[in-house]
Design a protein around this ligand. Structure first.
Ligand code: GLV
Ligand code: MN
Ligand code: MN
Length: 417
């Protein structure tokens, strides 16, 4: 059978994909059916080890770079060509689901296994990537290691990101044995494809199986510290207080209002608040909080930024609070590569899967990789659009459909002249 005939017959194995997802889920499984596999913890190491073992069993060679990004390579007929790469992340949120990120990695592995089953030789090599610390939950910002790969951050910046206990990514990579030798980035990729659950409600509501991702919205992340004065909750009259938590409450309300004022598309979230000293009869002297702003249009994101700055200035002046304010991350809105987007759409059409174009609300490693390689994404629905939650769920048949689309889009790019 010719390679072209074989290509028409290649079908991914949905049951094998599901089984791999469920096996990976066991590492850091939570009581409510989700996962806690924070970046660079022992559980992250276990997940990485399992992925590496599976890839070696599938005949791949493994490279790990200095940010701990893992690349599993299946050679091509012309192995001098840049690889077509698939991938996503294995780290999760503290109360994360079992599909966010993991699906894109294991769908890539399933593509490799399917090619092996049919002895199919692609022209260009194929690689499956695991990007370190996509979530930005343990170490901010998100997508930091794909960002270093894409030249957005330098290596020292990436390795020096700290968790709340002051441990750096560099130390933790050494500790878990994933501080690799390879330089980060600087090598060509023919095309990159990331499969992911949608993490929102659109595909399910419209009964579509495939989201053809054309764009991703922009993000701005901030860290704010308000400092007032700790004092006794009994003898201190209300008029004399400099209560940092009251200031933080006003900031939270302002963030929410800025989001509502920029509908229909803006999102605005305070996701983390740390109160000092956090004692019930001490007026809070210091509060640290984070802000996450998102919008598909840069102009609107800039307006939201200006509004936030004005609000926090006014709130801290009114409360007699000292203000530290920093935008720690800006990820601009992006458009994915037209040819990769078209390859995903063609693959969905060829299989008769109901599909629609969609803008990603979440950040993905694909956003940064799109700066250095033609990039596309495949979305599949998730139950009630819920993600970053232990109850995150997706249907095996939808996950299989997304993987089939991934396979065909990858083949189109790997075998193109
Ligand atoms: C990544 O999970 C994000 O916050 O979009
Ligand atoms: Mn993700
Ligand atoms: Mn996520």
């Amino acid at each position: 059978m010719s390679e072209a005939d074989k290509a028409d017959n290649l079908r991914i194995n949905g049951e094998r994909l599901w089984q791999s997802l469920m096996d990976m889920h066991k590492i850091g499984a939570t009581e409510k059916g989700g996962n806690c596999r924070l970046a660079l913890t022992d559980l992250d190491r276990e997940g990485r080890d399992l992925f590496v073992r599976w890839c070696k069993e599938a005949g791949c060679t493994i490279t790990v770079d200095k940010m701990g990004n893992i690349f599993a390579r299946r050679p091509g007929r012309d192995d001098s060509l840049p690889p077509v790469m698939m991938g996503s992340h294995l780290d999760t949120q503290p109360t994360g689901g079992k599909f966010d990120g993991v699906y894109g990695v294991l769908a890539g592995l399933e593509v490799v296994r399917t090619l092996n089953d049919m002895n199919y030789e692609t022209n260009a090599p194929i690689e499956v990537a695991v990007w370190t610390n996509e979530e930005g939950s343990r170490f901010a910002p998100a997508m930091v290691a794909s960002g270093v790969f894409a030249g957005v951050f330098d290596l020292d910046y990436g390795l020096s990101r700290k968790d709340v206990d002051g441990r750096t990514m560099g130390e933790e990579l050494q500790r878990i044995g994933y501080a690799g030798e390879a330089e980060v980035g600087g090598r060509p990729i023919r095309a990159f494809f990331e499969a992911h659950i949608e993490q929102g409600p659109i595909l399910e509501a419209e009964e579509k199986v495939i989201g053809v991702v054309t764009h991703a919205q922009g993000q701005r992340w901030y860290e704010i510290t308000l400092t007032g004065q700790e004092a006794h909750a009994g003898p201190t009259p209300m008029a004399r207080r400099r209560d940092a938590l009251v200031g933080a409450a006003r900031v939270i309300e302002a963030v929410n209002r800025i989001g509502l004022e920029n509908q229909p598309l803006a999102c605005a979230t305070v996701g983390m608040v740390q109160v000092h000293p956090n004692s019930r009869n001490v007026i809070p002297g210091r509060v640290f909080l984070t802000v996450d702003f998102r919008h598909p249009e840069d102009e609107v994101l800039s307006r939201m930024d200006a509004a936030l700055r004005a609000e926090v200035e006014e709130i801290s002046a009114r409360g007699g609070l000292e203000l530290q304010f920093e935008q720690i991350w800006y990820s601009p809105p992006i458009a994915f590569d037209a040819a990769c987007v078209a390859a995903v759409r063609r693959a969905a059409e060829a299989n008769g899967y109901p599909h629609r174009d969609i803008v990603s609300g979440a950040g993905h490693d694909a956003c940064y990789i799109s700066r250095v390689a033609p990039t596309g994404m495949v979305f599949v629905p998730c139950e009630n659009g819920i993600s970053h939650n232990e109850i995150e769920n997706a249907k095996p048949e939808d996950l299989a459909a997304g993987c089939q689309v991934l396979l065909q889009a990858v083949l189109e790019r790997a075998d193109a002249d």
